[in-house]
Ligand binder design. Structure first.
Ligand SMILES: Nc1ncnc2c1ncn2[C@@H]1O[C@H](COP(=O)(O)OP(=O)(O)O)[C@@H](O)[C@H]1O
Ligand SMILES: [Mg+2]
Length: 261
């Protein structure tokens, strides 16, 4: 589904991705781990076509994603329908005056008639338990509610691949639990998930596979999640856990001391 070969990317001379090669199959769930500034968000943006490689190639379902390819409106529309991006900061994603229009935005852009739009919006709202929020202003919702609306608006496009940038950020523990369960459900419904996070508990819950970035913006490890989480020396080396870190064995639910994020 997704194949990166030797991809590098810089923001005006400032390196953000360094020789990244990565293959993700349909239906897989992959978590991206790494300290702040290692390139996780940039990789997610690249997967969604917000930035394109300076060198190397990115292919989505066999088709190379380049500036030129994305300039073709038909291709671009199709591509953006197939891979949906939930931004780290919901405020950059939500811009409509009410929740209904927010979730309806994508389907309307895709040219569905208003009845089909309504059906999709209703089903996404109920999936996210947002039926009572239709007329609310996204701007005034809580962080957790905004995240749900952002996810609903992306799911309304029915993407095959869902990309989430630090989805747990700023959520209370109850909403965190809910979201972890929701992502597992999405996965079992056949979606491909790619999630960046610092939340090591979430990683082991939703992804069998974890990709770790280091400070050179390269991939330091691409492993089965449990093997990565067991490699304490590696986690320390990339500053994902602090020197007081230890992993309790309490039936699969590890406890982590995460370095001030
Ligand atoms: N818009 C931008 N302009 C310039 N540099 C950026 C921009 N966004 C990110 N960077 C830099 O690129 C590197 C990777 O950033 P990012 O992908 O946001 O990392 P992460 O998501 O892992 O925290 C960092 O050094 C960051 O400072
Ligand atoms: Mg980031």
């Amino acid at each position: 589904m997704i194949e990166l070969q030797n991809v590098s990317f810089s923001y005006e001379g400032h390196r953000a991705l360094n020789d990244i090669s990565l293959k993700i199959e349909k239906g897989e769930s992959v978590s991206l781990l790494g300290a702040n500034g290692t390139g996780k968000s940039t990789l997610l943006k690249l997967l969604c076509g917000i930035v394109t490689p300076d060198s190397g190639t990115y292919a989505f379902d066999g088709r190379e994603i380049t500036q030129k390819a994305l300039k073709d409106p038909k291709f671009s529309k199709q591509f953006h329908q197939r891979i949906g991006f939930v931004f780290q900061n919901s405020d950059t994603q939500l811009f409509c005056t009410n929740v209904f229009d927010e979730v309806a935005f994508g389907p309307r852009q895709m040219g569905y008639d208003e009845r089909a739009v309504e059906e999709r919006v209703e089903s996404c709202l109920s999936l996210l338990e947002l039926q009572d929020y239709k007329d609310r202003q996204p701007y005034h919702l809580s962080g957790g509610e905004k995240k749900k609306v952002a996810i609903a608006s992306v799911l309304a496009m029915n993407p095959e691949v869902l990309v989430l940038d630090e989805p747990m950020n700023g959520l209370d523990p109850k909403t965190e639990r809910w979201l972890a369960g929701f992502l597992v459900e999405l996965l079992s419904s056949g979606k491909t998930l790619i999630v960046s996070t610092h939340n090591l508990e979430l990683v082991q819950e939703i992804s069998k596979r974890a990709v770790l970035f280091d400070s050179t913006h390269a991939i330091a490890a691409d492993l089965q999640t449990h093997r990565l989480l067991d490699d304490i020396e590696l986690l320390k080396r990339v500053n994902l856990v602090d020197k007081y870190y230890h992993r309790h064995d309490d039936g699969g639910h590890g406890h982590y001391h995460i370095h001030n994020y």
